[in-house]
Design a protein around this ligand. Structure first.
Ligand code: ADP
Length: 381
């Protein structure tokens, strides 16, 4: 014989207010436990729990430690799957749908039999609980997305300021020397020097713009694609890149050491030349004048390994991987006054990976950094 009982209105209000709060809670597990204790108090249960479907297993949220034997666990999982209420002795389990999936169930142990009215009330609470959990998931997804948007927005603002800053110096050079040449007649040597300055700054601009273009391609497509691949000699690309930079920079010495048996590589020449330009520019930027930079090209069984070794400021081991992340710049007194965007190595890694290769950094034993990359050598050779 079942008894008719009605839920205490004040306690009912308290649970409803709590369920409302749960919709935007940042600690759902803790709030589920508070719900269970309020619920237990309202319906005078001996124990209650919320069971979730965790793949094959049952995950129990409860203020008590509850363990079921495998058979009962299976029955509870079945009831959740089929959305059918089960009663086994003094346990009643009411399945709860979350986002149209049968994911959870509210389990109630009570020695005193639950009346039909109480069961109807419990089902109403289950529906509200399901909505609260669903809202909470949506709320937290939105929160995560919002945080991502805020980070992206901050990065965009920083990028715009970096771009303007990085473009300003070569632009000012070009305008300054062009104006000088327009306003005054100089002897042939001076004219040539000024034209060389204009040419150097234009090349620096072109490299910066290529990096920014790659950045926007990567943001739109997620990867860089190179359909323009040709069999190319890697040492030729390295030497061309150095020649471009050497006209800008006379302070450092580059030594090449190459395996006489280098096989060609199947690459987009412009992109790989940009890889060398980025790596050589860093070796120059982050090392002291007159220091030597060594570029070693070694033939391995199916790849070529390139090692660019400088004697510069070096990179601490904890940053050897981070330097390949977008916008990452080592923050220390030595790098404070060195200009940069934090994009070069990230784009370099994307280019190398798009060609089936890999790149990493090592701290040299005595001084400086080695950046090493491998590219598959062409099978057609
Ligand atoms: P940036 O435009 O800042 O040089 P990169 O992506 O090329 O951007 O490099 C990321 C960071 O890695 C740099 O800011 C610098 O702190 C560090 N770095 C890169 N190459 C070297 C190097 N050869 N020696 C020391 N630090 C380096």
């Amino acid at each position: 014989m079942t008894q008719k009982t009605t839920a205490n209105p004040d306690k009912t209000k308290e649970i409803l207010a709590h369920l409302d709060k749960m919709c935007s809670s940042s600690d759902l597990d803790k709030d589920i436990l508070v719900f269970l204790s309020l619920f237990s108090d309202l319906f005078k249960t001996d124990q209650c729990f919320l069971a979730f479907h965790g793949g094959e297993n049952l995950i129990i949220n409860s203020n008590y430690s509850i363990q079921f034997d495998k058979k009962l666990e299976k029955k509870i999982l079945n009831a959740i799957d089929k959305s059918t209420r089960i009663q086994i002795e003094n346990l009643i389990l009411i399945p709860i749908k979350i986002l149209n999936q049968n994911l959870a169930g509210l389990g109630v142990f009570r020695l005193a039999v639950l009346s039909e009215l109480e069961l109807a009330q419990i089902e109403i609470f289950c529906n509200i609980l399901s909505t609260a959990i669903k809202q909470n998931q949506i709320f937290n997804d939105l929160k995560v997305n919002n945080e991502k948007l805020l980070v992206a927005d901050k990065q965009k603002t920083e990028l715009i300021s970096t771009i303007s800053h990085e473009l300003r110096t070569p632009m000012a050079n070009i305008m300054g020397f062009a104006e000088l040449l327009l306003n005054k007649d100089f002897d042939l040597n001076t004219t040539k020097t000024y034209i060389k300055e204009i040419h150097n700054s234009s090349m620096r601009l072109a490299n910066l713009i290529s990096n920014f273009l790659d950045l926007s391609r990567l943001e739109v497509n997620g990867i860089l694609q190179f359909s323009n691949r040709e069999e190319t000699e890697l040492d030729w690309l390295a030497e061309r890149a150095w020649q471009q930079l050497a006209s800008l920079n006379k302070t450092h010495n580059l030594k090449f050491q190459k395996d006489p048996n280098l096989k060609p590589v199947m690459v987009d020449g412009d992109a790989i030349q940009r890889v060398f330009i980025n790596l050589f520019s860093n070796a120059i930027k982050y090392s002291f004048d007159q220091k030597e930079i060594l570029c070693i090209l070694d033939q391995h069984s199916d790849s070529i390994e390139v090692r660019i070794i400088d004697q510069g400021i070096g990179i601490e081991p904890e940053n050897l991987e981070n330097i390949f992340e977008k916008f990452f710049r080592v923050n220390c007194t030595q790098t404070k006054y060195i200009n940069g965007t934090g994009l070069g190595l990230w784009i370099t890694r994307e280019i190398i990976q798009a060609h089936g290769g890999k790149i990493w950094a090592e701290k040299n034993k005595i001084q400086g950094t080695s950046i090493i990359f491998r590219l598959p050598s062409s099978n057609m050779a």
